[in-house]
Design a protein around this ligand. Structure first.
Ligand code: ATP
Ligand code: MG
Length: 439
């Protein structure tokens, strides 16, 4: 008996066959995308990860037995077709295949939970419930191919710039930044939490002499928000660098984003086309706007914002209109930034922190961090946090901690920008929000 994998051994992916292959025998494998039976001729569209191939079976050229096999091939069934390439200007890639053999590999049940050929998309909830079929659609898989390319580029960027990749625990004993945003879990006889950020660990790594570290990992936020840009489990790209200033951290972030944009532009042309999305690629340095200036801009548009307020949604919208694509906001008040953020040398009420925005979307927050033990201790107290629960973190600052800076960037939010997705759920395989824990 022929091994099933021998039967599936394709000679070409759909996009690798062109009119130049006319007359050649090829073998293609994939899903039955669509069948049109016109009586004397059956057209079957076969889909694989790279595109679609038309199989054309005229009863004059194909045995009656094979005509029966083709007619029996249901939508989304896995089949293998061997046949001869023929030019066909109207078919995908300008070719069709006249079959000489068809193997039915695994039959799909009917009815399908989701139709891959629908012209109008199903509701997002329905799609997410059947995500494995949803991703068969090329305009959906394009998002994940671009996300993969983005992560690949980010990793390469860090490796090329002398960073060490780290992984830190997601099961943690106490809050990173205080607050109520934590998911409690049972850890044997103790209470523990899911990590909301690798912040404390990546800072502790600054005391190890590794100098530059990065982590790409999940963060968990127990916020009850129901927005298009928040999830309860998100992917974060985190970087932390010793002996580097706020400006150095901002430059690294900007140069990483520009490298990612150039790389996606070069390597994901088909995916961008499938999505009908054009990348917004800035050629100039990202503009920098101070928090004070932000207040002026927002207030001049009749949106209320007082000194010390974080950006409301309305304020973000105004800024998005005014500032264009990528821009930094700097000189935030200390009062709305986390305890580990270094105050500015010019004014202790002003922080060294920055946010990177894309229009009305926050992509990243970063800063120079406090490296001085006593200052860090007093900042914890000033934020009403109990230094005792940060004991192990604080120890790293006692025995030689370099000055350092860093940032965390939402990888799913960056994917929204790269793919033109309006809802963060589109950019996550299996999103976790207030209502969704499966699949
Ligand atoms: P926001 O104000 O938009 O809620 P944040 O300031 O609370 O974000 P940070 O703690 O600064 O978020 O986290 C760093 C980055 O991680 C953010 O800029 C964002 O890109 C991403 N991020 C944070 N929370 C979420 C979330 N709930 N879902 C998706 N991405 C998130
Ligand atoms: Mg932030």
């Amino acid at each position: 008996m022929t091994d099933i994998f021998d039967k599936c051994k394709r000679t070409h992916y759909s996009n690798q066959i062109s009119p130049e292959n006319e007359g050649e025998t090829v073998k293609v494998t994939g899903w039955v995308h669509e069948i049109r039976d016109l009586g004397g001729i059956v057209f079957l569209l076969l889909r694989d990860k790279n595109g679609i191939t038309q199989i054309t079976a005229p009863s004059k050229k194909v045995s009656a037995e094979m005509m029966e096999d083709i007619r029996a091939a249901r939508k989304e069934t896995i089949i293998t077709v061997t046949g001869t390439v023929q030019k066909s200007p109207k078919a995908p890639n300008g070719i069709e295949i006249i079959p000489s053999n068809i193997d039915i590999i695994n039959v799909a049940q009917l009815p399908l939970p989701l139709d891959t050929t629908e012209k109008v998309d199903a509701e997002l909830d329905t799609r997410l419930d059947s995500r494995f079929i949803d991703i068969r659609k090329h305009d959906v898989s394009a998002i994940f191919k671009i996300k993969s390319q983005m992560l690949h580029t980010a990793r390469n960027y860090f490796y090329d710039h002398d960073f060490t990749e780290i992984t830190t625990p997601k099961l943690v004993a106490s809050a990173t930044e205080g607050g109520t945003e934590l998911f409690p879990i049972t850890y044997f006889e103790k209470e523990a939490f899911l990590g909301q950020s690798p912040q404390l660990y990546k800072q502790m790594m600054m005391a190890t002499g590794l100098d530059n570290v990065f982590e790409i990992g999940q963060i968990f936020r127990a916020e009850e928000h129901d927005t298009l840009r928040h999830l309860n489990e998100a992917l974060s790209i985190d970087a932390e660098m010793s002996f580097r200033s706020q400006e150095d951290a901002m430059n690294t972030l900007e140069s990483l984003i520009k490298t990612i944009l150039a790389n996606i532009q070069e390597n994901c042309a088909k995916e961008l086309e499938d999505l009908g999305h054009e990348l917004d690629i800035p050629t100039e340095p990202f503009p920098v706007v101070s928090y004070d200036k932000v207040l002026d801009i927002v207030n001049s548009h009749d949106v209320e914002m007082n000194y010390g307020d974080d950006l409301s949604r309305a304020a973000e919208k105004v800024l998005g209109e005014e500032m264009g694509s990528y821009y930094f906001i700097t000189e935030w008040p200390m009062s709305i930034k986390p305890f580990y953020v270094m105050p500015s040398t010019k004014d202790p009420e002003i922080s060294t922190s920055f946010d990177l925005m894309y229009r009305d979307l926050e992509l990243s927050s970063g800063s120079q961090r406090i490296h001085d033990y006593d200052l860090l201790y007093s900042r914890l107290e000033a934020k009403d946090l109990n230094p005792d629960s940060f004991e192990k973190y604080l120890e790293a600052f006692k025995y030689g901690m370099p000055p350092h800076s860093g940032w965390g960037m939402g990888a799913d939010r960056l994917t929204m920008v790269l793919t033109g997705s309006k809802n963060i759920r589109e950019t996550v395989l299996f999103p976790r929000d207030r209502r969704r824990l499966t699949p």
